[in-house]
Write a protein that binds this ligand. Structure first.
Ligand SMILES: Cc1cc2nc3c(=O)[nH]c(=O)nc-3n(C[C@H](O)[C@H](O)[C@H](O)COP(=O)(O)OP(=O)(O)OC[C@H]3O[C@@H](n4cnc5c(N)ncnc54)[C@H](O)[C@@H]3O)c2cc1C
Length: 383
């Protein structure tokens, strides 16, 4: 089905992104998956290509264009190339962390951080999850207690994407541990602050090139000038940014489902069984027809959400619907793809197997499917 989301400038940008992926990511992805991390130079290369700066104001080294369609093009190209494990950190930097630095920063903070974020010299992360809490964020235990001109941060975080590579970590803390939501604030922890240590680069089932790490804070003195937004408003700031985060994960989900469909459509026409292509079997045709329909329907909703985000109208409930539906679809699509590839689907040399393993987490991070349904249910019915 012809999509009406994009204009010529987005398609031109797609060409830039595709060339970048072909030259800078695809040749190295196997080695990075082996290493469990991408090199920091990837960020500098992406910055030099202008992939990070689109939404950053010109005075800080960007293009000053707020249009999530450009972000969505990046998600689509990365998914089509099957490089999820390298893509996640890059899209976390632009789609998920950057909005905090654009909307919650003072002029002084913008001067300090935005040029490095645009160029890729400063890599970003966001740390909410702790070893004992994930979904129930307001129960977090990491504290930041005011002492003179500093906050003193103690606690730990886990499962943090870009955890090893990050220079700036937006960290959710309790500035008032006696409160739940109202006690939360956001502070930026920087590489090299005494008492800020990284733990293991965690060993995962998929997304191997993505560094996912534990972070430990022991009496880290963070200047009050690194507070993001208002004291006690951390939960509100997080929830304001979550729709875009969830839309980014959903956008990747649909794009990954489409990639799984495309790879499988090619494969079943080449592979034969019982003297005919797998594509000639009615089961294959029906299953792929169902998947193709689901992808097109999901795409229409996703595209509407992208336009709603651009218009400042994407609600938390609508983003939650996109997130759970599109990532569950990604799971179904990659699973069917593996099945129709037979044994080859389970081999890492075929992109479908890697995409299947990489897909499993998208139903969990950024808020689980169950939590997304809670968000939608509360919107419909109240608490
Ligand atoms: C690879 C990876 C990358 C990640 N990146 C980041 C990151 O960059 N930053 C960050 O802060 N976090 C990150 N996370 C953490 C991720 O967001 C959490 O794992 C996720 O939010 C779920 O939290 P949890 O693991 O504590 O699960 P739990 O909250 O313990 O949930 C366990 C199960 O209980 C269910 N459940 C919980 N509450 C309810 C409820 N009210 N109703 C129904 N069911 C419920 C959940 O849906 C789930 O099925 C990452 C995780 C992974 C694995």
């Amino acid at each position: 089905m012809r999509r009406t989301l994009y204009e010529a400038e987005h398609e031109d940008y797609r060409g830039v992104v595709r060339t970048f992926v072909e030259k800078e990511i695809s040749p190295h992805i196997a080695a990075w998956n082996e290493a469990g991390i991408v090199p920091r130079e990837l960020y500098a290369a992406a910055g030099a290509q202008g992939l990070f700066g689109i939404a950053i104001p010109e005075q800080y080294g960007g293009a000053g264009v707020e249009d999530f369609r450009f972000n969505n093009v990046v998600l689509e190209e990365m998914a089509a190339a099957g490089v999820a494990s390298a893509a996640l950190g890059l899209t976390l930097h632009t789609d998920i962390c950057l909005p905090y630095f654009l909307t919650l920063t003072t002029d002084e903070q913008k001067e300090r951080w935005l040029p490095g974020i645009a160029s890729g010299e400063l890599i970003t992360a966001v740390a909410m999850t702790e070893p004992a809490i994930g979904s129930d964020l307001a129960s977090m235990r990491t504290t930041a207690l005011r002492d003179g001109d500093d906050y003193v941060v103690n606690g730990s975080k886990t499962f943090i994407t870009n955890g090893i590579n990050a220079d700036l970590v937006i960290t959710a803390v309790k500035t008032d541990p006696s409160e739940r939501h109202r006690g939360m604030s956001l502070v930026v922890l920087e590489r090299g602050m005494p008492g800020f240590e990284r733990g293991r680069n965690l060993d995962k089932l998929g997304q191997h090139a993505q560094d996912t790490a534990e972070l430990f804070f022991s009496d880290v003195r963070v200047p009050a000038t690194n507070l993001l937004g208002e004291v006690g408003q951390g939960f509100r700031h997080l929830t304001a940014n979550l729709p875009q985060e969830r839309l980014s994960i959903a956008g990747y989900g649909v794009a990954a489902a489409r990639a799984a469909l495309d790879w499988t459509v090619s494969y079943v026409q080449e592979r034969t069984a019982f003297g005919a292509p797998i594509a000639a079997l009615q089961n294959t045709r029906f299953r792929l027809a169902e998947l193709s329909t689901e992808v097109d329907v999901a795409q229409a909703y996703l595209d509407a959400c992208v336009l709603a985000l651009n218009a400042g109208e994407l609600t938390a409930a609508d983003a939650a619907k996109a997130k759970w539906w599109c990532t569950e679809l990604q799971g179904r699509a990659t699973d069917l793809g593996v099945q129709l590839h037979g044994g080859y689907g389970y081999m890492s040399e075929y992109p479908i197997g890697q995409a299947w393993a990489d897909a499993r987490i998208t139903r969990i991070y950024g808020g689980t499917t169950e939590i997304m349904k809670e968000v939608v249910g509360r919107d419909l019915l109240g608490r």
